[in-house]
Design a protein around this ligand. Sequence first.
Ligand code: ADP
Ligand code: MG
Length: 711
Amino acid sequence: MTSQPEHAETASPPKSIGRPFALDPLFRPLTALSGIGPRNGKLLEKLVGGPKILDLLWHKPIDFIDRRYAPTLAEALPGKTATLTLRVEKHIPNTRRNLPYRVRCKDDTGSIDLVFFNAHKDYIEKNMPLGATIIASGKVEAYQGQLQMVHPDALGALEDKDSIATIEPIYALTAGVTNKAVRKAINSALPAVPCLPEWQDAAYFARQHWPVWDDALRTLHNPPGENGLSPLHPARARLAYDELLANQLALSLVRYRQRKVNGRIYNTNGPHRARVLAAVPFELTGAQKQSLVEIDADMGSDERMLRLLQGDVGSGKTVVAALSMMNAIDTGAQAALMAPTEILARQHAQSLKPWLDAAGVRFVILTGRDKGKARDLLLQQIASGAAQVVIGTHALFQDDVIFSDLGLAVIDEQHRFGVHQRLQLASKGKGVDTLVMTATPIPRTLTLTAYGDMDVSRLNEKPPGRKPVDTRLMSQDKLDEMIDGIARQIAAGARVYWVCPLVEESEVMDLAAAEERFDILQARFGDRVGLVHGRLKPQEKDEVMEKFARGDLSILVATTVIEVGVNVPEATIMIIEHAERFGLAQLHQLRGRVGRGGDKSFCFLLYSGPLSDNGKARLATMRDTEDGFLIAEKDLELRGSGDILGTKQSGLPTFRLADLSAHAELLATARDDARLIIDKDPDLKGPRGNALRHLLYLFERDQAIQYLRSG
Ligand code: ADP
Ligand code: MG
């Protein structure tokens, strides 16, 4: 994605103090394992997604090879993987380079050749000396009437038989790391796995017939045949539940803390609200009014608000945010609005300006771009309260940003901020109310993992005047026809967004693709075409967007930067190249840029074939519906939870052991469980509470514990 959040790494977790000693072996670096040095350690770290032994232990097998079949040669079935006990009879070195070295072996019932290409003689003589008894495991084949095994997967001496003739787990790998190396590392890590106090609810645990934690981990890596890979296998289900419980408990703790600090009672529906309402040039939709009723109820009570305002692109969240902020202003407090990117922050400021001006509310914008004297001046205005509304990015988190009296934090997050970042802003005032706005229509299950039991207001009704967008799928081969069609539309005054594909998530490559398309279109349409991408300075970006908004440009070629909230009601055509490379949620967001004015709008999804069945189904979903929630559900179904909605980019929590398409029920249980825990033992002081602390540290949700501490 081209528009990156500012300072994505700012919120580094507080130092992990108080971690139970029992967990230490799991938090040692991979290099503490024998045979893992700095070099292969780096590769292994990349593979397992983290530097510590626990990361390795959570790298779960994706398949297995059953080597328990140990027949005599007379019984051995060609085509099957077998573990054979053999006597080395004869070495038959190759006579030419491209021929194999053969090692003829026997047992009491027959003979077989072990076949090696490019073999080192030393290696063979050392591992398979004449007369020795060896164990060879691999696929048995019949070749010209003779049994053979090409490059056995495993070779050993007789005493290795028990360790070879097992079910061998197969792991996802990366260049430079073999399955054997992963297994070896895991096998040397497993003995150090501590036995931990049980954090599951005793009754539930007994009903599930789950293994204890360390047993579950051992079983994970020694799958007992086929069903050992099933997400519903007791060992895997247990580990998945642990992860979901850690997620839900951390969210519940945070929420409990936030609730415990008394909120303030804000004056709702006061004079500033009235002035903004008078300046808004449209009637609020029913959904907007309802959301405001809910927000006012929260803000008017002494409980702290923690509310999610969920609404599709274009559903009109901004005005709801503005009207909510007026409650703070009418109480003499300040309000902050934080966006994930600079461009979004500026757009918010632009949308709010007329309303804030009309209400006589002073506001400032603070982003990472502000430096030196200019920044100092802004900080002063924030600290003195001269700035009543502060609009900004991550820059608002910085320690030297001190509010005179922050009352409401509105976070337009598009999933890019984490829970503790939200808290960080809320901690800049006393009893700050928080409203989180999100445009990604995520399914209920995901809302739960990202926000826990937050209160939710939904803008499920679009502002009037929005027409359905006619969505069509087209092969990329038809590009020329497409351009001819566009030429006619432009001549008739149409305005067109032209989105270029995401190439391997590389900004440089994205840009090349967009520039190439720009050149081609410019050759035909001259200065009616503009280009906007993430490398432009914000000011340059704004200029191009502005020209498009004014109608000085007919075609705006863009990388995905336009995803973030531009509003040009006159644009009626959206073209997305290589649509198959985008996530459904992203396509939905992009399409939401058109159909905002009075004219009929179109969205062309260009794909380059051949598409997989899944790819076809995904694009068909886009063609058939504009309901963001339906699209999100479909996305979950078609992609599995591995990369729902491009979770990696979106900042939604990702799970290592849980798979939301298989473990949705466990998630619901974990939510209820977390709620009960908080009811009974909010400080996690009892025996189960103590065990649960282990769990939170295990999943690095210990920030929740830090909050507990500072409570
Ligand atoms: P979101 O942030 O939810 O994507 P915006 O707040 O940017 O949506 O609103 C999209 C557009 O719809 C804006 O031009 C806004 O002024 C307009 N709008 C919002 N609410 C209404 C309404 N009730 N009636 C008509 N237009 C509205
Ligand atoms: Mg918006």
